[in-house]
Design a protein around this ligand. Sequence first.
Ligand code: CA2
Length: 148
Amino acid sequence: MKILLINGPNLDLLGTREKAVYGPTTLPEIEARAQEKAKALGIELFTFQSNHEGELIEKIHAARSLGIHGILINPAGYTHTSVAIRDALLGVGIPFIEIHISNVAAREPFRQKNLFSDIAVGTISGLGPYGYILGIEALHALLGTETR
Ligand code: CA2
């Protein structure tokens, strides 16, 4: 099984600033833990982070030719604004889980608008970096029968 982990804008700053909101763990640490879990489950995990909407869209398009079975995506700030990333995910038709480090439901009103939750397989929010591990486990469990 092949899974693509995508992290959106500013998540490359994790562990360096805003630690009170997002915690002390860096993105390389999150990706390393995700790789460990993927390896244990026999998953080939591809990781990608970008601060650019177009690059995120192009990676989602490329997921088809990479033979990706499922996507785990933290769209970050684009969660609340990007019709274009939503359209890309619908366009490739690859099942995805949406993940957020913070509990978005408990935050500012402008974060209550979400362009992904209604088309995601499911959403993980507020569980910190552990959410990435749960997301990989969930994709493995939910897609397992289709890729065997
Ligand atoms: O909780 C999440 O994972 C978010 O997707 C993070 C986004 C935010 O816009 C979403 O509403 C919820 C922001 C990511 C910014 O990450 C930073 C990390 C460290 C320092 C500054 C920003």
